[in-house]
Design a protein around this ligand. Structure first.
Ligand SMILES: Cc1cc2nc3c(=O)[nH]c(=O)nc-3n(C[C@H](O)[C@H](O)[C@H](O)COP(=O)(O)O)c2cc1C
Length: 366
């Protein structure tokens, strides 16, 4: 099995990376009061030294009072947090890597088990985190405009601090995705609507504002998922036509790369084709895509939170799809969380040294 296809360089606008492997964004909650520490910088820098092509940061929240439900999740606003991020990106560059922050607003959330709550209620398109579960307030027009501006200034800060690109978190049931999904968006103004195409308006305005703030040459990645934490099998776009009505406005707004989140990358998106989400997104839009989901592991990540361990598994199917041109980049989560040297082990075929993943790896910044 040749892994050569993973080790071709990739360039798109401001992003120039030495291989096709992306560290998936993974929340770690090691940033007290929202400020990334020297340990956080060292954690990412070890992945850069380990030859990860592109590191995407853990989700880092925008400047809205209730954008987070956890005091230890990093902010992407305020002098102290941005100075922390400057140290992170400098040390990643020093170790030869490239990096983009994942810009995040959680929207309506469950309360965190720590008991910490923000000083304003959670905000979303409606008061719902999932059908039947209310835990916050519906955003006013002013809230929406302020949130869009806050995404834009976070992206501008990413560029100013020297990051190579920016990723917007539009997946997994958080704010942008709450606008996409009819199960959480029951608005009757122009941000709601019966079709996915209509409910894409908030994301379109976010992407446009980000593009306006960063200019044409800075790479914008948008992460999307069909599945929700409350429903792993949910399909918002049930056909390629619906997917086109979802993605094309986002392309027109300025997205360069779609990061297509699945729990298992080999699962086909629609009937009569083995193409996965990233495969369809690339076919429909012609844009570059990132695939993700259980690459190199036997079990998927949501089961990992419930304590299920995973063993290393073959990359053959991934390489087959990549050689076929289904997607451009491959994001890897848990293997890179547990082992900063995963990329080098894959490249050098040191398969006996590959580790699995168990929940203990979450307890510290390895
Ligand atoms: C500990 C942990 C934290 C995560 N946090 C985020 C996050 O902040 N943003 C995000 O988009 N996805 C997050 N994810 C999902 C991962 O980015 C990735 O999509 C998922 O783990 C599947 O990839 P894997 O099978 O290679 O682990 C997280 C996953 C894990 C395991």
């Amino acid at each position: 099995m040749s892994t050569e296809t993973l080790f071709r360089p990739f360039s798109l606008k401001s992003l120039n990376i030495k291989n096709r492997i992306v560290m998936a964004p993974m929340t770690r909650s090691f940033s007290p009061a929202g400020v990334p520490t020297a340990d956080v910088a060292a954690y990412y820098s070890r992945r850069a030294a380990g030859e990860v092509g592109l590191i995407l940061s853990e989700g880092t929240v925008i400047d809205r009072v209730s954008s987070s439900n956890d005091a230890n999740i990093p902010h992407f606003y305020g002098d102290a947090a941005l100075a922390g991020w400057k140290e992170v990106v400098n040390s990643v560059h020093h170790s030869g890597g490239s990096m983009g922050p994942q810009i995040w607003h959680m929207g309506i959330m469950d309360n965190h088990h720590s008991g910490w709550v923000p000083s304003a209620p959670f905000e979303g398109p409606s008061d719902l985190n999932r059908p039947g579960f209310s835990n916050g307030v519906a955003m006013t027009q002013d809230d929406i405009e302020a949130a869009i501006k806050a995404y834009g200034s976070a992206a501008a800060d990413a560029k100013r601090l020297g990051f190579d690109c920016v990723e917007l978190h539009g997946a997994h049931g958080y704010l942008i995705d709450q606008f996409f999904w009819e199960g959480t968006n029951n608005r009757t103004d122009s941000y709601g609507g019966k079709t996915l195409n209509e409910r894409t308006k908030f994301a379109v305005e976010v992407v446009k504002e980000v593009r306006r703030q960063v200019g044409e040459d800075f790479t914008i990645i948008l992460r999307l998922s069909q599945w929700k934490p409350s429903d792993y099998t949910l399909q918002m776009a049930k056909t390629p036509q619906e997917m086109e009505q979802w993605l094309q406005p986002l392309v027109d707004a300025g997205v360069d790369i779609f990061h297509c989140s699945q729990r298992r990358f080999w699962e086909p998106e629609f009937e009569d084709s083995d193409l996965n989400f990233a495969g369809w997104a690339k076919k429909i839009t012609g844009k570059a895509t990132i695939t993700v989901g259980s690459v190199g592991l036997s079990g998927e990540f949501l089961a990992a939170f419930k304590g299920e361990s995973s063993e290393p598994s073959s990359l053959e199917e991934l390489l087959r799809r990549m050689d076929r041109g289904d997607f451009d980049l491959v994001a890897v989560g848990r293997p890179l969380l547990a082992d900063a040297k995963w990329v080098q082990k894959i490249r050098d075929e040191r398969t006996a040294e590959l580790k699995g993943f168990s929940r203990e790896a979450l307890m510290q910044l390895l």
